[in-house]
Design a protein around this ligand. Structure first.
Ligand SMILES: Nc1ncnc2c1ncn2[C@@H]1O[C@H](COP(=O)(O)OP(=O)(O)OP(=O)(O)O)[C@@H](O)[C@H]1O
Ligand SMILES: [Mg+2]
Length: 331
C-alpha cells in the first residue's frame, strides 16, 4: 500500500507546491512509483509538471463529479511519475461540495482502488484549511508541514494543529504527523535563525535536519514546467531537495535495506579501495559541498551527500538486485 503524504500549511507561498513537485520527481528517479495529486484549484502543481491548465478538460474535478474514471484523468509525466491534475474550474465545485454527504471522503474514495499501484502518493494542498485540505488529510497516512521563515510560524501552525487533532479523532485515526520542513531559508538573516530556533523548540523530534535554502533555480524550474533535477541538477535547490527526500525516506524499509547492503559492501573493502571510492565520490560532488567538506563541516546533510555519492559508485560495482522497490518485489 502506498504511503500517502500531504504537504500542507494554510499559509500561502511557503513552498508546498515546490516541495511536492521536487519530492515526487526525486522519488520517481529513485525507482519508486509516484502519484502526485494537485488538490489546489490554482493548479500550480499541474503547471510545475509542464501542463497548460487552460488546455486540460479532464481533471480531478471529473473524478469528484463521478464523470470520469481514474485512468482517464491521470497524466503520465514519466513511467514512474503520474499526476492527478487540477484547474481553477474546481474552485466553483468547492462551494457546492459543502452540501454533499461524506464530503471529507471524496479523495480517499478516489485513491482507494489504486492505492496498491504506487509506492508514494504525494498531495499538494491549497493555502487554506477548507474542504480540499480536509480531504487531503483524510486520505493521507501522514503529513508534512511546510514552513517558510516569512512569518511567525507558530501563529499559522496552531490553527492547523487543531484541525489535525479533529481529523485524527473523528475522520482518520491513523493519520501521522510526520515532520516539519523549513523552506526558503537564508541563515545569514537573523529571522531565519530565529524561526529555526522556534521550530526546534516546538518540534524537537519532528523538524527535518535538512532544509531548503532560497534558490532562484527552484523558481525558474517551476516556470518552465520542470523539476529541479531536470532544470539544474547541480543547483543548491537540487542538493537541498535530494537531502530532504533522503531524510524523509530514511525509515522506509526498502531504502534501509539497500543502504545496509552498501554499508556492508563498503566495510568489506580494503583501506586503499575505500579511500579510492571516497576520493571519486568527493570529485562528483558540487564545489559547494566539497568546500564544506574541506572545512571539516560536521553538518549531517553534508556528510549524507558524500555517503549518497559513495553509494552511487558502489552501485556500479555491486548492483543491488532488489532495488526495484515497487510492487514487482511484492508480487
Ligand atoms: N526555496 C525556494 N527559493 C526560492 N524560491 C522558491 C523556493 N521555494 C519556492 N519558491 C518560489 O516561491 C513561490 C511560492 O512557492 P510555492 O508555489 O511552492 O508555495 P505554495 O506554498 O505552494 O504556495 P500556495 O500557498 O500559493 O499554493 C513560487 O514562485 C516558487 O517558485
Ligand atoms: Mg501551492
Amino acid at each position: 500500500m502506498a504511503r500517502v503524504v500531504s504537504f500542507i500549511i494554510q499559509k500561502g507561498g511557503c513552498g508546498k507546491t515546490t516541495t511536492t513537485a521536487n519530492t515526487a520527481a526525486y522519488l520517481a528517479r529513485q525507482g519508486f512509483k509516484v502519484l502526485a495529486v494537485d488538490m489546489d484549484p490554482q493548479g500550480n502543481l499541474t503547471q510545475h509538471f509542464g501542463y497548460d491548465t487552460d488546455q486540460l478538460d479532464d481533471t480531478i474535478l471529473k473524478l469528484f463529479l463521478n464523470q470520469k474514471r481514474f485512468p482517464e484523468v491521470v497524466l503520465k509525466r514519466s513511467p514512474n511519475l503520474h499526476l492527478l491534475p487540477n484547474t481553477i474550474e474546481t474552485a466553483g465545485y468547492e462551494l457546492t461540495i459543502y452540501k454533499s454527504l461524506a464530503k471529507e471522503f471524496l479523495l480517499r474514495d478516489i485513491l482507494h482502488p489504486i492505492i496498491n499501484d504506487y509506492d508514494f502518493i504525494l498531495i499538494d494542498c491549497p493555502p487554506n484549511l477548507g474542504i480540499f485540505s480536509l480531504n487531503a488529510l483524510v486520505a493521507s497516512t501522514e503529513f508534512i508541514l511546510v514552513v517558510s521563515p516569512e512569518f511567525f510560524p507558530m501563529r499559522a501552525i496552531k490553527p492547523f494543529y487543531d484541525t489535525y487533532l479533529m481529523v485524527k479523532k473523528k475522520l482518520n485515526h491513523t493519520l501521522q504527523f510526520k515532520g516539519v520542513l523549513m523552506t526558503m531559508c537564508d541563515f545569514r538573516t537573523r529571522h531565519s535563525q530565529e524561526v529555526r530556533k522556534v521550530l526546534e523548540k516546538n518540534f524537537p523530534h519532528k523538524l527535518y535536519k535538512s532544509y531548503i535554502r532560497n534558490n532562484v533555480s527552484l523558481k525558474e524550474a517551476s516556470s518552465v514546467g520542470q523539476s529541479i533535477f531536470e532544470y539544474d541538477p547541480q543547483s543548491p535547490g537540487a542538493f537541498d531537495y535530494q537531502n530532504f527526500v533522503e531524510e524523509f525516506i530514511r525509515d522506509y524499509e526498502p531504502v534501509r535495506k539497500k543502504r545496509q547492503y552498501y554499508e556492508g559492501k563498503f566495510q568489506q573493502l580494503s583501506d586503499e579501495e575505500r579511500n579510492e571510492i571516497l576520493h571519486f565520490a568527493r570529485q562528483n560532488l558540487t564545489s559547494y559541498v566539497r568546500n564544506k567538506l574541506d572545512g571539516q563541516a560536521t553538518e549531517e546533510v553534508i556528510q549524507q551527500a558524500l555517503i549518497l555519492e559513495r553509494n552511487r559508485i558502489l552501485e556500479k560495482l555491486f548492483p543491488y538486485r532488489q532495488h526495484t522497490f515497487s510492487r514487482d518485489s511484492k508480487s
